[in-house]
Design a protein around this ligand. Structure first.
Ligand code: SF4
Length: 274
């Protein structure tokens, strides 16, 4: 850090100082949207983005499929058009992003576990990047969780919106979605070596009823490493009408950010995937 400008150095140290650095899954982790401090990707982040001040991005996300078994009222993917990339195209995109200086890569969808080549993609991305998976948990098996760990997956965020199964299932448009999410959390935890968290879309109902703290206590009880709470994001043209039709699923105040009381991250920016 000695060759980093004093102002940038101070900014970065202040930023890191807002979090509780945790030793988990073999990593010294600030939070799952930054490569662990003892991961080669963090060294690349320092050299490419703090020392060389490269113009390229440090973070990126790739959608591995548009397919998804769930039907969230606030789905950012609902009217996405265009062709799904085949595996070779995805792998080429990963290489190009790595060359640009990307050191953190999120894998999303749709439901990325539905891409049969996901382990191969993780293995390729993990060569230079901290790789995070955003998933509903659908189709996850113990074997798949192990395969992803062996491929080098750093972190996973499982979507979970409420502690009451019927509300989560209703929000997600799929009966059994809550059980699927909890099962995925358990499988990843039992696999070990992966930072396990939750991404939640917080509704206006939950905020209005003063239930966010109760939700955070529920999440803490799951023994996860961190949780990311965010509001629905207007990613598609249908966002407004979808929200108005969704009844109780309504956007929190735009720009609202919620701190998590789970041990690993006390104050976190919003997640990038509902
Ligand atoms: S899980 Fe994600 S991709 Fe699937 S319906 Fe919900 S928001 Fe859309």
């Amino acid at each position: 850090m000695a060759r980093v400008s004093p102002a940038l150095n101070l900014f970065f140290l202040r930023y890191i100082g807002k979090f509780r650095i945790k030793h988990s899954a073999g990593h010294w982790t600030v939070h799952s949207h930054l490569p662990p401090l003892n991961h080669p990707a963090f060294g690349r982040f320092i050299s490419r983005h703090l020392l060389e001040r490269t113009a390229g991005p440090s973070h990126a996300q790739i959608g591995l499929t548009n397919a998804c078994p769930q039907a969230c009222a606030y789905c950012y993917n609902r009217e996405r058009r265009g062709q799904t990339m085949d595996t070779e195209t995805i792998l080429r995109a990963v290489r190009e992003l790595q060359e640009l200086g990307v050191c953190w890569l999120g894998l999303t969808g749709g439901e990325p576990l539905l891409n049969p080549d996901i382990a191969r993609i993780v293995a390729s991305a993990a060569d230079g990047c901290a790789v995070k998976l955003f998933t509903t948990g659908s189709t996850l098996t113990r074997e798949k969780a192990r395969e992803l760990k062996q491929a080098g997956l750093f972190s996973v965020s499982v979507s979970l919106d409420h502690w009451r199964p019927e509300i989560h299932d209703r929000n997600r448009g799929l009966s059994g979605a809550f059980a699927t999410a909890l099962n995925a959390i358990r499988l990843f935890q039992e696999t070990g070596g992966i930072q396990v968290g939750v991404s939640a879309v917080v509704s206006r109902d939950m905020i209005g009823a003063g239930q966010v703290e109760e939700f955070l206590e529920f999440l803490q009880g799951l023994g996860i490493d961190e949780s990311w709470l965010c509001e629905p994001k207007p990613s598609v043209a249908a966002f407004s009408s979808a929200i108005s039709k969704a009844g109780s699923i309504s956007a929190a105040t735009p720009g609202t950010r919620w701190s998590t009381s789970t041990p690993a991250a006390r104050s976190a920016p919003a997640c990038s995937r509902p």
